[in-house]
Design a protein around this ligand. Sequence first.
Ligand code: GDP
Ligand code: CO
Length: 395
Amino acid sequence: MFIESPRYTERLGSVRLNHVQSVIALDSGLKNQLPPHSAMGVVKIDEETIKHYEDRMAIVIPVKDEKLKLFEGVVSGVPQDCLVIVVSNSQREKVDRFRMEGDALDQLCRFTLRQALIVHQKDPAIARAAMDADYNDLLDEDGLVRDGKSEAMIIGLLMAKAAGKEYVGFVDADNYFPGAVLEYVRNYAAGFSLAQSRYSMVRILWQYKPKISGILYLRKWGRISEVTNKYLNSLISTKTGFETEVVRTSNAGEHAMSMQLAEILPFASGYAGEPQELVSMFENFGGILPTKDIKVMEQGIDIFQIETRNPHLHEEKGNEHLNEMLLSSLSTIYHSPLCDEELKQAILAELIGQGILKKGEEPPPVYINAPLKKGKVLQLVEAIQSDFDKYHVLH
Ligand code: GDP
Ligand code: CO
């Protein structure tokens, strides 16, 4: 594929946050030679490079009661060399949706002879392993893994580590276009190939997010991400003294990271996960608050934001869902030690203006799962490995 070369990089301590890079063309051919890219501002990522990273990557698909057809489409869009890991929190009573997902996955994998893992978020074996490894953050009062997409991401990360993968990408199960899924993963690979550090992250920005209201309208921005981006950029500006618009992917559900980075990141519960990743990187490695992790400081962290060619169309889950998402997203900024009083007031005004909070209320702090490194990760991974057959679709 052809992609814009990273044109400008904001540096915050050891975090290198690259401005958005657009995909120029989805394919770059086998023979096509490119003029020196410094001249054109375009990088060619050849097919071999993309395959190199896909082979080292697991794609985690969190799913909760999505339409089966959508789920199947998503799986069919994941490149063959990636390991598919499905983490489901779908219902099991009456209609066993988890079973249906497993059957669909099994069938697709048989046709294409591919490997895949599927696990239910409430599988007691996972909860027991977490407890044994002192990683209780993940658990609810009833002793099972908590609800939430972030919690599913953590299970996915652990399974990817157990399978020996070096990179993990996330793709939502409610995507309508399998072709878009294919592009997300190729973009992940492209981003990783540009990274200098072993700690790297790729976040997807959509060229268009269509809205159907009588006619098909190709909207440029999601409502939530627009607002979250604004305040995350303000957070950076208040620290550097320079206004910036660098952050464009604060709520990117579609994103990927190297295993090394994943292990040191905290994951906020529910829908606050994606913005919290950025806030945490600024806090821990942004050079403002003290850091303990010298290795990371030395290597730095590379973050890429890649704008897709495909539009993004997923299930619309209603206004209440969006409000909840905005509240928890802004809460990650509001409760950060980096957030000064002025920015806090601006966030409160925004939430009150949107009718999400009342005067005098504060956004409730989000629940944060400690980084995996804090628990006995290896023990957890070993426990999962010992049960590995159970999770494989093809025995
Ligand atoms: P949005 O796209 O950010 O508005 O959020 P969605 O509601 O579409 O959720 C993103 C993805 O996470 C979808 O594939 C959901 O099915 C999935 N998901 C949401 N909540 C959970 C959960 O508690 N557990 C799991 N395993 N997946 C979830
Ligand atoms: Co969605």
